[in-house]
Design a protein around this ligand. Structure first.
Ligand SMILES: [Zn+2]
Length: 434
């Protein structure tokens, strides 16, 4: 498969690190001079941009967290005057004020290039037609993929999320070959197609690039089988840039290459905040080193993963991050046991009678945490025989106990009982917080 930017994506580590250091130093100087928040936080930590003489010195610079962005809402973290900003995006803000990010003309160009690299890594070329089912709007998914597909020279169908039946007709008639969207919405598409009597086997997709929410390896097998395509995980978040921060390559499908000529990734212990070596699991931290409007320094993403520096069969030299297993915010502590929704998903997906639509409900009853897993049965498995259902529930509950060490009550529900998302799925309802 062709690599979009051969020079940078296959650059020897030593040269890559030299570029990283130079770009990092320039970025630190710039944020220190233009963003009051960074000047203050560096001063408080007793460090100046000129103190950073190697990549290892980066750990002397303080972290940036989501609260810092909210405290500087809406434009306080911008490093250029508004006249140079050509685009604004914002996070959904489901848990408070949205975080607002901006892009200069050059930032949009960089982002488009990185999304083009991502699509190419997934197997797309200028001959492809991209069906882009990511939502268009303040969310970075839609426009991020859109500009990247155009940069690659592919044809993009800006279908966005929603209008699901119409999307299926477009898929059949326009013959797109690359599918992009959140995995939960893509599953919904597959379901609606089936209802309409249209099989993905008769469509023309060769690859799918799915992201914006963590999804498990078992979900991959399910998606690949249902959709008759090769599924790649893409990672990004608006605070860092949007989609296209890292991508799995089609050749290995094992870990996401981080575009290290634009971002420096670290893994830290979320408790001690100390950097961890390659291979160890912890919280992912990013520093952007080429962004103009909204540079971000040591941003704590809350995503849990590890980094793998081993050479990859595809020829890219950029380090790979493993699939995100969850977010520190999403981690549920059930009677003292840590569990991520994606781990439950993995256990559920091992059972072939159930569908990948599930919801976790956490309650506190008599001061004890309880976890209920609602999961849908497949159409052909749904039975009125209560005994069969009860046995299946018991079996899944035992599997969860065995794999994850938590007790969960399983509630098998009929097909389509769990609300479908048009974007990111709501996997957890935690009633303990209300
Ligand atoms: Zn690779």
């Amino acid at each position: 498969m062709p690599i979009f930017n051969m020079d940078f994506e296959t650059m020897p580590r030593e040269a890559l690190e030299a570029i990283q250091l130079r770009r990092l130093q320039t970025t630190l100087e710039r944020v220190y001079a233009t963003v009051p928040f960074y000047k203050e936080s560096f001063k408080k930590a007793g460090v100046k941009p000129s103190d950073i003489k190697s990549l290892a010195d980066l750990k002397r610079i303080p972290f940036t967290v989501k609260k810092d962005l909210r405290d500087n809402y809406p434009y306080g973290m911008f490093a250029v005057p508004m006249e140079n900003v050509v685009r604004i995006h914002a996070s959904s803000g489901t848990t408070g004020l949205p975080t607002v990010v901006g892009y200069t003309q050059r930032d949009i160009k960089t982002w488009s290039e990185l999304m083009a690299r991502s699509l190419a890594a997934g197997g797309a070329t200028s001959n492809d037609i991209v069906h882009n089912a990511y939502g268009y709007g303040l969310f970075t998914g839609g426009l991020g993929v859109h500009y990247g597909a155009e940069r690659l020279g592919a044809s993009v169908i800006p279908v966005s999320g929603g209008n699901t039946k119409r999307q299926i007709v477009i898929m059949r008639d326009f013959k797109p070959t690359v599918l992009t969207g959140t995995p939960s919405y893509i599953l919904h598409l597959a379901e609606v197609a089936e209802e309409m009597g249209i099989s993905f086997k008769d469509l023309n997709f060769k690859c799918g690039i799915f992201g914006a929410e963590p999804w498990s390896e078992d979900m991959r097998s399910d998606l690949e089988e249902k959709l008759n395509l090769k599924a790649m995980d893409i990672y990004g978040l608006s605070e860092i840039m949007g989609p296209g921060v890292s991508i799995e390559c089609r050749e290995a499908q094992k870990g996401l290459h981080i575009f290290e000529d634009h971002f420096i990734a670290e893994i830290i212990d979320p408790e001690t905040q100390e950097p961890l070596p390659y291979g160890e699991t912890g919280e992912l931290v990013f520093t952007s080193i080429t962004k103009e409007a909204f540079p971000i320094i040591r941003y704590r993403t809350r995503d849990i993963t590890s980094l793998n520096p081993e050479p990859c069969v595809c020829g890219r030299t950029h380090v790979r991050m493993n699939k995100v297993s969850g977010r520190t915010d999403d981690m549920l502590i059930i009677r003292g046991v840590n569990v991520f929704p994606s781990q439950i998903e993995s256990v559920l997906m091992k059972n072939k009678s159930i569908q990948p639509h599930y919801q976790l409900v956490v309650d506190r009853v008599d001061n004890l945490d309880t976890l209920t897993v609602k999961v849908e049965l497949g159409q052909d498995m749904f039975s009125d025989e209560i005994k069969i259902l009860q046995e299946m529930e018991k079996k899944i509950s035992m599997d969860i106990k065995e794999y994850l060490g938590v007790s969960a009550k399983i509630k098998l529900v009929e097909p389509k009982a769990i609300e479908r998302s048009q974007g990111k799925a709501i996997r957890v309802i935690d009633n303990r917080k209300s």
